[in-house]
Design a protein. Structure first.
Length: 575
C-alpha cells in the first residue's frame, strides 16, 4: 500500500511538472519533451525505484535534434547499431543493459570502412561474426544484447556429435557413466561434458593410458568409422599410429600384440600455431583447414597442431609431387635457366612440389594430406577461406627479357567483373593510390588458372604468374551463392566485393612502419597486393566446379617486393 501511494505521489509530481511547463513554457520542440522525460527519470531515481540502470551508451542527442518523432524514428531504425546504443533516449529500456559491454580493441576501422564504401556495419559484423577481430567489437557491432554474458559455469557440449556416445553405449558392455569416466582424458569426451554429466567437477588431470598386454579391444565406441569409410584401413592406421584416436582403436586397426611404434619428437616449428585453432575453432574444422592448405608454409610448420606428425623415413624416393612439373622446363628451356628459375622461386609452393625436376631432392616429400577423425564427422558446413600468399620476393636487378605489356580492354567490364574492378579501386582510393584499369589479357590468364584449379581440386599459386610480371590473389569457397553484379541485391547474392573484402581485411595485421606483419605468421600479402601503388592493371576470373568456387585475381606490374613496401603500401587517408 505504501509503495502504491509512493508511485501515485511520483506521478502526481510529474503531472504538476507537466502542467507547469505547459502553462508557462510551452513545448517548442522535441527537446523540451525529452527534458520532461528526463525529469521523470530523475524523480524515479530519487524514489529509488528500479529503472533497470538504463542509460545510453553514446551521446544520443542527435536523435532528439533531428527526428520529428523520437519513438517512430527509433522503431524505424531499431536494427541500426547507433540506435541500439540509445535505449534510454528511444524508451526501450525493458531490461538492464549488459554490464561492462565494451569493445576489446580499437574498432573504429569497422565503422570507417563501412561508411567509406556505403556498407552496413551490422551486415559486416554478421558476415564476419566468427572472426576473432569482430568478436572483440561487440559494442561497435551492436551485439551487446539485453543479457549479461553467460557465466563460465554454464555447461554445454563443444561439438555437435556427442549423441554418438549415447547411441554406442546403449548396446555395449559399459554404461554411459562408465565409458565417460574411463575415457575422461579423451579429447572427444572432454568436448562432451554435458552429455557425460561432467559439469560439476573440473576436468581430471591427464594420465598415461596403460593397456593390458592380454586385452585387445577398442577403447572408444566409434572405431568402426575407420573401417567403414576407408578402403585401406590398415595403411591409414599405420600412417596415423601416433595419434591418440588411432591408438584407442587397437582392435579395428590390428595393433593387438604388436610392439608400439618408435616415438619421435613431434613439435611445431613456429610459436603462433595456436592461431590455426583460433581461426577454425579446432576439431573437425581445424583438420579440414590443415588438409586444404597442406602446402601453405604456415601449415607445414605446424605439424603438431595440425596432426601431421609423421616420423621421417630413413630413405625417400625423390619424385615430383604434381604431374605438370614439365611446364617449368617448357617455360625456361631447361638447363641453367631452369636452375636459376627454381632458385629464384624456391619458396613458391609449385616449385617446392617439383623437387626432382628442379634438382632439389634434399628433403623428404611434404606430409600426407589425409587426416584421422577423432570421432565420426557431422554434416559439412560451407566454408570460405583465403590461403597464405607467397612470401615477398626480391626484385630481380635486371630481367632476362622485358615483360610483355598486358592488353588493356577497350571497354569497361560488365556485371560481376565490373564489381571486381570497383571493389579494388574503392580500397585503393582509401590509400590514395591511382585506380587500376581492367586488362583483358590478365583476365584470360586468371580464367585459365581458375579453370585448372576448379578441375583438379587443387588450390595453389600459378608458378608462371610472377615470371610474367603478374601478381596473384586466390580465393576459395564451398557451396557458393549466385554471382551478382553491381546494384544487384538479395540473400542469395554473392558479389565480387564479398571476395575482395577478406583480402583487404588483412590490413589490420600490416605494420606500415616496418613493412611487415604486426605479429609473426600473420597473413597480409593479399592486402598489400590490392593497394600496391606500382600496380596498374587488374584481371579477375571465377570458376565453379561441383560445390566449390575458385576466384583468381591477377595484377600487373606484380607487387610485394622486399624493400618496396613502404613506398607502395600507403597509410589509409582517414577522415
Amino acid at each position: 500500500m505504501a509503495q502504491s501511494l509512493q508511485i501515485l505521489a511520483i506521478f502526481s509530481t510529474f503531472l504538476i511538472i507537466f502542467v507547469r511547463l505547459g502553462s508557462t513554457v510551452p513545448f517548442h520542440n522535441l527537446k523540451d519533451e525529452f527534458n520532461v522525460v528526463e525529469d521523470l527519470t530523475n524523480i524515479l531515481a530519487e524514489a529509488q525505484l528500479d529503472v533497470g540502470e538504463c542509460k545510453d551508451e553514446r551521446d544520443c542527442t542527435w536523435i532528439v535534434k533531428t527526428a520529428r518523432n523520437v519513438e517512430d524514428y527509433c522503431k524505424l531504425n531499431k536494427d541500426k547499431a547507433p540506435v541500439k546504443q540509445c535505449p534510454k533516449t528511444c524508451g526501450v529500456c525493458k531490461a538492464p543493459a549488459p554490464a561492462e559491454c565494451k569493445d576489446e580493441r580499437d574498432c573504429t576501422w569497422i565503422v570507417k570502412q563501412s561508411e567509406k564504401f556505403g556498407r552496413n556495419v551490422e551486415d559486416y559484423c554478421k558476415l564476419n561474426k566468427d572472426k576473432a577481430p569482430v568478436k572483440q567489437c561487440p559494442k561497435t557491432c551492436g551485439v551487446c544484447g539485453g543479457k549479461a554474458p553467460a557465466p563460465p559455469t554454464d555447461c554445454t557440449d563443444d561439438r555437435p556429435d556427442c549423441g554418438l556416445i549415447i547411441e554406442k553405449t546403449k548396446e555395449g558392455t559399459m554404461t554411459l557413466k562408465q565409458y565417460c569416466e574411463k575415457h575422461e582424458n579423451d579429447p572427444a569426451v572432454k568436448q562432451c561434458r554435458k552429455t557425460c554429466n561432467m559439469c560439476d567437477r573440473a576436468p581430471s588431470p591427464i594420465v598415461e593410458n596403460v593397456k593390458r598386454v592380454d586385452e585387445c579391444k577398442d577403447d572408444r565406441p566409434d572405431c568402426s568409422y575407420v573401417a567403414k569409410v576407408l578402403e585401406n584401413a590398415k595403411d591409414y592406421c599405420e600412417r596415423w599410429a601416433h595419434k591418440e584416436s588411432i591408438q584407442q582403436c587397437r582392435k579395428t586397426c590390428g595393433f593387438c600384440g604388436k610392439a608400439p611404434s618408435p616415438t619421435f619428437d613431434c613439435k611445431d616449428e613456429r610459436p603462433d600455431c595456436g592461431r590455426l585453432t583460433d581461426i577454425t575453432g579446432g576439431g573437425d574444422k581445424l583438420i579440414k583447414y590443415c588438409a586444404q592448405w597442406k602446402e601453405d608454409p604456415a601449415v607445414k610448420q605446424c605439424p603438431k597442431t595440425c596432426g601431421n606428425c609423421k616420423a621421417p623415413s630413413p630413405t625417400f624416393d625423390c619424385k615430383d609431387e604434381r604431374p605438370d612439373c614439365g611446364r617449368l622446363i617448357d617455360i625456361t628451356g631447361g638447363g641453367d635457366k631452369l636452375k636459376q628459375y627454381c632458385a629464384q622461386w624456391k619458396e613458391d609452393s609449385a616449385v617446392k612440389q617439383c623437387p626432382k625436376t628442379c634438382g632439389n631432392c634434399v628433403k623428404p616429400p611434404s606430409p600426407p594430406s589425409a587426416e584421422p577423425e577423432t570421432i565420426a564427422p557431422g554434416t559439412e558446413q560451407p566454408e570460405t577461406m583465403a590461403p597464405g600468399t607467397e612470401q615477398p620476393t626480391q626484385k630481380p636487378a635486371k630481367p632476362t627479357s622485358a615483360p610483355k605489356p598486358t592488353q588493356t580492354s577497350g571497354e569497361a567490364p560488365k556485371g560481376f567483373h565490373s564489381d571486381c574492378l570497383l571493389a579494388h579501386n574503392d580500397y585503393r582510393s582509401f590509400h590514395g593510390v591511382p585506380p587500376l584499369k581492367w586488362s583483358a589479357e590478365l583476365q584470360r590468364d586468371a580464367q585459365g588458372w581458375a579453370n585448372h584449379l576448379a578441375a583438379t581440386g587443387k588450390f595453389e599459386h600459378d608458378p608462371t604468374a610472377r615470371p610474367k610480371d603478374q601478381g596473384e590473389n586466390l580465393y576459395y569457397q564451398t557451396f557458393p551463392k549466385k554471382l551478382c553484379g553491381v546494384g544487384e541485391k538479395g540473400a542469395d547474392c554473392m558479389t565480387c566485393g564479398d571476395i575482395v573484402d577478406p583480402w583487404y581485411n588483412e590490413e589490420k595485421d600490416y605494420n606500415y612502419v616496418t613493412g611487415e606483419a604486426k605479429t609473426v605468421g600473420a597473413v597480409y600479402l593479399h592486402f598489400t597486393q590490392i593497394v600496391w601503388k606500382a600496380s596498374k592493371e587488374l584481371g579477375m576470373a571465377i570458376a565453379v566446379a561441383n560445390d566449390r568456387l575458385v576466384a583468381v585475381a591477377r595484377y600487373s606490374p606484380v607487387g610485394n617486393f622486399i624493400g618496396e613496401f613502404q613506398e607502395n603500401v600507403l597509410r589509409p587517408d582517414l577522415p
